[in-house]
Write a protein of this length. Structure first.
Lengths: 334, 155
């Protein structure tokens, strides 16, 4: 993207260069014309500097040579300057075309973003309304005529309500995911250890009875968007909390290591259910789940959110794990 | 003067909602919460403004104001945000308690409604039981607990 300041500078440089060249070209042309218009000048030069009388054939010959040289210089100047001028004008035109092309692309991108905004808005607003009707009137049926209905029918109505609530949850999570992609980013220095501690404190507050050993390495620093990174860490730690819930002595570790290229990477490790490494590529897709909802509840949007956040920071996210032997999620923040 | 002003506020609720299902469910939720106040339904922003300002279809209606307005944002003709602006711009209605009751929790909606002077913002939950709870609390708060602004002086 060309910022307006830079663009103006570019154009100013072109204008100055063109004006300068124009001046030189005119001078060259004038020198040439002078040489042509005043052949006696060449004669005078020859006469003055080489001696001899005006009628002298040798002087006339030399005058002719001087005259020719001046002409050649004039032409040379005119052609060189003319060519440079043409080049400058061409590059100037190309720059202007490039700018307008970029402006066109930016406009198209802005239009697409606006369309996406209004699409998301309408999804969040309009898709939930029918769900409220389905849930509300199913509930009304149970309340009003429940006792007259056969037990099967009541159970069907329960299933309908359960499904509508799940659909409502899916819409909300999908909206949250699309928001992660749209929200404006501001990088600042953040202490990931602090953020992880806060996430863990909130989980412990929600489930005080859970026995779990959590280690958070101190002083994990990153330059990143605070709310987004908090959301990513929250998803990873909540996952670790959830997927280690079905075993005794569950542990979670949040720390830092170096990746294959020696760049610092953060990780969240648990000793829970793990995953089948054959399907690791599916982990980060939205609504992809490697465990059933009955086994571990969830919508499958958490890791997709983590991936989107990490990618927005220009980072990388990957996972290591085995069935029933825990999982480790690594990420860098660009 | 004083008795006039007193009559200017009735304990009714103005529900501005275009979706008939939502109207039905909201009325049901009020019934289930034993809220017996009269509920006036406006199906779009124009009807709501006509009701509040006694114009159009409601021309000649005595200039009373509801105790609280439940306002949806996405409405035919004039949307909720414009209703809010018009109500806040008029001296007679500028203090009227307005609770936005909508599907969206998009940040832009929250910012837009609060910056235009909404008193509260409630998201309609998909779960009807949660909705009944929300309506019950809303009724308790805005009809019983909250002290309404003094009624406008008759002009």
């Amino acid at each position: 993207m060309i910022e307006p300041g830079r663009r103006h500078l570019h154009i100013a440089v072109h204008v100055i260069a063109i004006a300068g060249l124009l001046l030189v070209a005119l001078t060259g042309r004038i020198a040439y014309r002078t040489a042509r218009a005043f052949p006696e000048y060449a004669l005078w030069v020859a006469h003055e500097y080489e001696g001899g009388a005006e009628g002298d054939a040798a002087v006339r010959e030399r005058a002719g040579r001087v005259d020719g040289a001046v002409r050649r210089v004039g032409w040379f100047l005119t052609i060189t300057v003319g060519l440079s001028l043409a080049l400058l004008v061409t590059s100037h035109v190309m720059l202007v075309r490039e700018i307008s092309r970029r402006e066109h692309i930016e406009r198209a991108l802005n239009d697409a973003n606006r369309e996406l905004e209004s699409f998301s808005y309408s999804v969040s607003h309009d898709l939930r309304a029918p769900l409220r009707s389905i849930d509300g009137f199913s509930q009304a049926l149970v309340e009003d005529v429940g006792p007259q209905l056969p037990p099967d029918a009541v159970s069907h109505l329960d299933r309908i309500r359960h499904a509508t609530r799940r659909m409502g949850l899916l819409i909300d999570e999908l909206m949250a995911l699309s928001k992660v992609a749209r929200v404006e980013m501001k990088r600042e220095r953040i202490d990931l250890s602090d953020v992880a501690e806060q996430v863990v404190a909130e989980l412990r507050r929600q489930q005080p009875a859970r026995e779990i050993d959590i280690t958070i390495a101190p002083g994990l620093q990153a330059t990143a968007d605070a709310p987004l990174v908090r959301l990513a860490l929250q998803n990873l730690i909540e996952n670790a909390w959830k997927f280690s819930s079905r075993r005794d002595g569950s542990t979670i570790e949040v720390g830092q290591m170096r990746d294959a290229n020696g760049a610092p990477a953060f990780f969240v490790r648990d000793n829970g259910a793990g995953f089948d490494p054959d399907y690791a590529h599916k982990l980060f897709g939205p609504f992809q789940r490697l465990h059933s909802v009955a086994e571990f509840p969830g919508t499958g949007i958490g890791l997709a959110t983590v991936q989107r956040i990490v990618h927005r920071h220009g980072g990388r996210v990957w996972a290591e794990g085995r069935m029933n032997s825990g999982a480790t999620f690594y990420f860098t923040l660009g | 003067m004083r008795s006039n002003a007193k009559a200017a506020t009735m304990n009714e609720i103005l529900l501005v909602e275009d979706n008939p299902d939502d109207v039905e469910l909201t009325l049901r939720a009020f019934r289930k919460s034993n809220i017996a106040n009269q509920i006036v339904v406006a199906r779009d922003g124009v009807e709501a403004l006509d009701y509040l300002f006694s114009t159009g279809a409601h021309a000649g209606r005595p200039p009373t104001l509801p105790q609280v307005v439940l306002l949806d944002l996405k409405l035919p003709r004039i949307d909720g945000l414009h209703v809010l602006e018009r109500v806040r711009a008029h001296p007679r209605t500028r203090l009227l308690p307005i609770v936005v009751l909508t599907s969206s929790i998009e940040e832009q909606d929250l910012v837009n409604t609060y910056s235009r002077g909404a008193n509260s913002y409630i998201r309609k939950p998909v779960d009807f039981q949660e909705f009944v709870d929300a309506v019950r609390q809303l009724g308790l708060y805005w009809l019983l607990l909250n002290q309404p602004p003094p009624p406008p002086m008759p002009t």
